[in-house]
Design a protein around this ligand. Structure first.
Ligand SMILES: Nc1ncnc2c1ncn2[C@@H]1O[C@H](COP(=O)(O)OP(=O)(O)OP(=O)(O)O)[C@@H](O)[C@H]1O
Ligand SMILES: [Mg+2]
Length: 370
């Protein structure tokens, strides 16, 4: 599966811009403020229906307008092209359509490649709270093993039910024995999620360490730290043991909703002790490890969006990064200056000389000025 084109029409500062994407690296080069990140955001929005910059999608609506829209063209392995269109309007909210039809999220997810983003403000994945890393890990699970995509949701539902019962009982309604069935529900949903997360991290950890070393940081470790481990029966017993404490607290105090994914160097958390540059390197290394796992599984071709990554790296590391990218998978890179791009990343280069304007010098890009 490949994304063959992205179109913003309109989105933020982009009035109407269409950029074709090649199978390997496509680079977008232009000065600060022309709309490069907006284009990356448009692609992410068209594929996922979300933004990686904001949780309020209405920010994507151009100033003074009432609608933002982005469309991605995806070619499947049989050569059939389909269009994914995401839109958000002030009055009607968000829509996500496949070939003009409203379909369920699972169908959309099957109709697009897995997509990962590196952007300066995504560092919160490394330095932010554990919940972000759990969600990210579960996202990888879903891309790597589609059948496991439901594990997170199933656990979340079981946990919500148990929590509701815990607060009912804590408020004096019903006896604590009523929790037996909810303990079992949580345990049944937790055990496969914990096992899947452990397997995913075991698969990612060596590639993470290698990629991080390549970026100049030795002794990198990706460590899964589950709260609850073992089979459903063990987890159920653990919940039973903590029941009184949970009733005092009014919520479930133990389980995979509290797991941590640790990014360390030499046993220390990059989250707490890493420099900005080291945290960036860790984010890149994690995304690379995931991409490699997906490429090796050969089920899908992952798409990596690298916003402004070159400015963060010295020339030697830029070369290493591009060497990794040319080894497989599809990539969109943005850069403010062409010189920061290694030669291998300039093959499929699109220039954005002025806000919202695509230079068709490459021969196949077209656009209308904003
Ligand atoms: N909702 C919006 N409507 C219109 N313009 C917007 C909106 N949101 C942001 N912009 C404008 O988009 C421009 C920034 O675009 P973008 O972040 O894509 O730039 P960039 O090319 O990535 O620049 P840099 O190289 O500095 O990262 C700014 O001029 C900003 O005012
Ligand atoms: Mg930018």
């Amino acid at each position: 599966m490949l994304v063959t084109a992205i179109e913003a029409r309109p989105l933020r500062s982009l009035e109407r811009v269409r950029v074709p994407l090649g199978p390997g690296i496509t680079s977008i080069v232009g000065p600060n403020g022309v709309g490069k990140t907006n284009l990356v955001e448009a692609l992410y929005f068209a594929l996922t229906g979300r933004s990686f910059r904001t949780s309020d999608r209405r920010e994507l609506i151009p100033f003074g307008a009432s609608l933002a829209r982005a469309e991605a063209t995806v070619r499947d392995d049989d050569g059939i092209e389909r269009r994914l269109l995401a839109s958000v309007s002030r009055t009607e909210g968000r829509r996500h359509l496949l070939e003009g039809e409203a379909v369920d999220p699972a169908t959309i997810a099957r109709s697009r490649p897995p997509v990962a983003v590196f952007a300066p403000d995504r560092l919160s994945l490394v330095k932010g709270p554990p919940a972000e890393r759990r969600a990210h890990l579960d996202g990888f699970l879903a891309a790597r093993w589609p059948a496991r995509g439901e594990l997170r949701k199933r656990f979340g539902q079981a946990l919500a039910q148990r929590n509701a019962m815990v607060s009912r009982i804590a408020a004096g309604y019903g006896s604590s024995d009523a929790l037996d069935v909810w303990d079992a529900g949580v345990a049944d949903a937790a055990a496969p999620l914990v096992a899947a997360r452990a397997e995913a991290v075991a698969e990612l950890a060596p590639a993470f360490a290698t990629a991080l070393a390549e970026l100049g940081l030795e002794d990198g470790e990706l460590v899964y730290a589950p709260r609850a481990e073992g089979d459903a029966e063990t987890i159920r017993a653990g919940l039973r043991e903590r029941r009184d404490a949970d009733l005092k607290l009014g919520r479930t105090s133990w389980g995979p909703h509290l797991d941590e994914l640790k990014l360390n160097t030499a046993g220390r958390a990059l989250r707490k002790y890493g420099s900005q540059g080291q945290q960036r390197a860790a984010l890149l290394a994690l995304l690379f490890a995931e991409r490699e796992a997906l490429l090796q599984a050969r089920r899908v071709i992952p798409l990596l969006l690298l916003d402004d990554v070159m400015s963060e790296l010295d020339p030697g590391r830029r070369e290493l990064l591009v060497a990794r990218l040319t080894a497989g998978g599809q990539t969109l890179i943005t850069a403010a200056d062409e010189e920061s791009l290694p030669a291998a990343a300039r093959g499929s280069m699109v220039r954005m000389p002025r806000p919202g304007v695509i230079d068709a010098a490459g021969g196949d890009a077209d656009a209308e000025a904003a």
